[in-house]
Structure formats: structure tokens, C-alpha cells
Design a protein around this ligand. Sequence first.
Ligand SMILES: [Zn+2]
Ligand SMILES: [Zn+2]
Length: 255
Amino acid sequence: MTNKIIILSMLTILTSACSKDSTSSISSTTPAPTVNNTVPDVFKKVYGASSITSDGTYITIKSNGAPDHKSSYYATSNALYDNFSGVTFGGYNFAKNPNSISEKSYVFKIPADPKMATNHMATPLGAIGVSLNGVPFFNQYAGPNQPLTGEVVSFDRYWGHPAPTGQYHYHVEPLYLTTVKVTKSSLLGFLLDGFPVYGPEENGTLVDNTKLDAYHGHTAVTTDYPAGIYHYHITSNDPYINGSGFYGSPGTVSQ
Ligand SMILES: [Zn+2]
Ligand SMILES: [Zn+2]
């Protein structure tokens, strides 16, 4: 009994020590991913994974894809349910879609050493990459050749929404990451080709779409890659995350 009390007190101390502030109780309850020691440090920034492993060729990231932040698409009984109304992405008034969040079993297999591809594959519908909190990135389409335009009204407070199958995802800037967890200049995740995804700013300066190539990226030095690397930037204008396909050769994703 005494031992139990000691352990409980220690847990309480640890939990409060990990909390950034009293409102981030969600992140403090997210267990740290199991990581094997051959995983490059930059991939360890994906804090919303259940495990991150490397076989030297591929980094395997597993996540349930459910956001660690409030959403209008959680059940009202969930602590993360958000009774949100008001303005969302693009200045539109939020209009909830009929879907709700369900947990998945994502396995992202991402090249550890990304290389430019000779033929740039178009991104598929569904997950095209993984963000720091384990939520997948989707491309700029609502369906085959359907622009996102009609969908953006259903983006919640943090600019994500679920598909009819329950997969929560981001087509645009993941606002919880860029405003609460990290910054608008930070690494936000990876596309399936292994190239990193950054926010709408570079060292605090807004990235102009005209400075990006057809795939929505460019090569430059970043904090995480001091030797320079090709990387994507998420901007506020279509195509948002990725343009005309993957810059490199994509790995795989299953759910
Ligand atoms: Zn969508
Ligand atoms: Zn950049």
C-alpha cells in the first residue's frame, strides 16, 4: 500500500513536471513513443507515435492518427470534445461535417535517406505523410480531381477534420502544432518520401509560394538539417502542403 502511494506521488510529480502549462494536460498524458537507438534524432520529433524504429533503410512510424488536441469531431463524452463555432480556415464560418474521429493503426514506412526521384509520383488520396502528433497529412484534393474548396468550412479549430471512414487528417497548416507545440518555422512532420515538412515561415519570415517548386518545396539549410535538405513548406494557398507529387520516391503507409 505504501509503495503504491509513493509511486502515485512520483507519477503526479513527473506528470506536472512534463506539463508545459495547466492547459496542456493532453500532451502530458501522451506516452512517449518507443524508439530504437538507430533512429535519427530528427524523426524522434514525431511525439505522437506509439513506436519509431529503423532498419537502416526505412523509418517505421506507428500511430493511431487521433489528434492530441481538442476537436469538434470527438464524441461529446470525450475530454477532447470541442464545442467550437466561429471562424475557421480561410475566414469561413465553421460547418461541421457528419463524420467523427476513430483511431486507426497507421504504419508509415519512410525512407531514412530520402533521394530525389527521376519520375515524381502523384500523391494518392488518403495519408501522404505524418505530422509530429501522429495525424496524417492529406493532399490538396477532397476526392479524385475534386478541389478542397467545399471542404475547408469543415476544418475544426485546429484546421483538421475526419474522413467518412473516421481518419482525422490535415490538408493545410496543423494549427495546434504551429501555435501551441512548436512554431510556424518548425519541422511539422514528413511526407512518405522521407523529405521533411516545415511550417509557413522560414526563420520567422513568411515563405512565398513563388519561392517553391512544383512539388511545393526547395532546398535550404534548416535547424534540423544544418547541411541543407530539400523540404516542403505548408503555405496558406493551394496546394498547401504538396504540389505536383512527391519530390522523392515514397515509402508506404497502411492502416
Ligand atoms: Zn479531408
Ligand atoms: Zn525552407
